[in-house]
Design a protein around this ligand. Structure first.
Ligand code: NAP
Length: 269
C-alpha cells in the first residue's frame, strides 16, 4: 500500500532539487514522496529519474501527505485547483512561490495547519542557494525539523520576519542576476583591455568564485580583503578610485532598494 507523506505540486527545478536532496540523505523512501505537474511531463520525468510517485489525481496525491510543497510558478496560484483548499486541511503547506505572501497563501490554503513562505534563489537548483522563510504561525518542533531537512537540499536557510522578505528578495533572490551582470561587465572590460572573450570570461568567472571563497573561508570583512590587494598608488588603487568616483556603492544601494520596492509592489498585486 503506497502512502506518500510528502506531496509536491509541481515537479520542476526546485522540486527536483529538494526531492533529490531528501532521497540522497535517505530521509524519505521514494515511495513516501509523490508529485504532480500540470502537463504531467515534468512529474513523469522526475518519477522516472528518482523513483518517487507521479500522481495526477489530486485527492490521491494529498490523501496521506502530511506536508505539501507548492512548487509551481507564482502565476499559477490564481488558477490552481480550488479543491486544494479542502485537500490541504490539517497539513503543513510550504510555498516556494516568489512574492506570494502568507496572507495570500492563507486564502488558497485556508485549512492548512501552518503555512511557510520561502524565498529561494537560483543557485538553490545546485544546492548552493540562500533561502529565507517565514511561517504564518510559530513552527512546532517536528515541522521545523522537516522543513529544515527539505531546505538543506537547496543550500543555507534562515527564518526571518515576513517584513524582511522584500529586502531579502532583492538581495538574495535577485542577487544572482546582479552578480551575473557584474561578471558580464568584467568580461566586457577584459575584452576592452585586449583579452580574448574566452580568456576574459574565464578569468572574470574564476576570480569572482575564488574571491567569494576566500571571503567565506577567511571570515574577514570585504574591506580588509580589498585593502590586502591594494598597494598605495598601485593599479588596484587606481581602479578603486574610478569605482568610488562613479558612485559604485550608491549604484548598488539604489539597485537593491529599487528591487526591494518592486518586490513589495508585486507581492501586494
Ligand atoms: N528556480 C529557482 O531557483 C527559484 C528561485 C526562487 C523562487 N523560485 C520559485 O520556485 C517555484 C518553482 O520554480 P522552478 O524553477 O522549480 O519552476 P519550473 O522548473 O518552471 O517548474 C514549474 C513546475 O510547475 C508545474 N506546474 C505548472 N502549473 C502547475 C499547476 N497548476 N499545478 C501543478 N503543477 C504545475 C510544471 O509542470 P509541467 O511543466 O510538467 O506542466 C513544472 O513541474 C516558482 O514559484 C518560483 O517562483 C524558484
Amino acid at each position: 500500500m503506497i502512502s506518500p507523506k510528502l506531496a509536491f505540486l509541481g515537479a520542476g527545478n526546485l522540486a527536483s532539487a529538494i526531492i533529490r536532496g531528501l532521497l540522497e540523505k535517505k530521509l524519505y523512501a521514494p515511495a513516501e514522496i509523490a508529485c504532480t505537474s500540470k502537463s504531467g511531463v515534468t512529474a513523469k520525468k522526475l518519477a522516472a529519474d528518482t523513483g518517487v510517485i507521479c500522481e495526477s489525481d489530486l485527492s490521491r496525491l494529498l490523501a496521506t501527505a502530511d506536508i505539501v510543497v507548492v512548487a509551481f510558478k507564482p502565476q499559477s496560484l490564481a488558477d490552481a485547483d480550488p479543491r486544494l483548499a479542502e485537500l490541504t486541511k490539517g497539513k503543513l503547506v510550504v510555498s516556494l512561490l516568489a512574492g506570494k505572501t502568507t496572507a495570500t497563501l492563507a486564502r488558497s490554503f485556508p485549512h492548512a495547519r501552518n503555512l511557510v513562505r520561502t524565498m529561494p534563489n537560483t543557485p538553490a537548483a545546485i544546492g548552493a542557494g540562500v533561502t529565507s522563510y517565514t511561517a504564518l504561525a510559530p513552527l512546532n518542533a517536528s515541522d521545523r525539523a522537516a522543513l529544515s531537512a527539505m531546505l538543506d537540499a537547496l543550500g543555507i536557510h534562515l527564518e526571518v520576519d515576513e517584513s524582511q522578505l522584500d529586502a531579502l528578495t532583492a538581495l538574495g533572490g535577485s542577487g544572482p542576476a546582479f552578480l551575473f551582470e557584474y561578471v558580464a561587465a568584467m568580461r566586457e572590460a577584459g575584452i576592452a583591455a585586449g583579452l580574448t572573450p574566452e580568456i576574459s570570461l574565464q578569468v572574470a568567472l574564476e576570480t569572482t568564485l575564488g574571491a567569494a571563497r576566500l571571503l567565506a573561508r577567511t571570515g574577514e570583512s570585504p574591506e580588509i580583503l580589498r585593502n590586502k590587494v591594494t598597494s598605495p598608488n598601485g593599479s588596484t588603487f587606481a581602479g578603486l578610485q574610478v569605482l568610488a568616483a562613479c558612485g559604485f556603492r550608491e549604484t548598488i544601494k539604489e539597485t537593491i532598494l529599487t528591487s526591494a520596492r518592486r518586490a513589495s509592489e508585486l507581492s501586494k498585486a
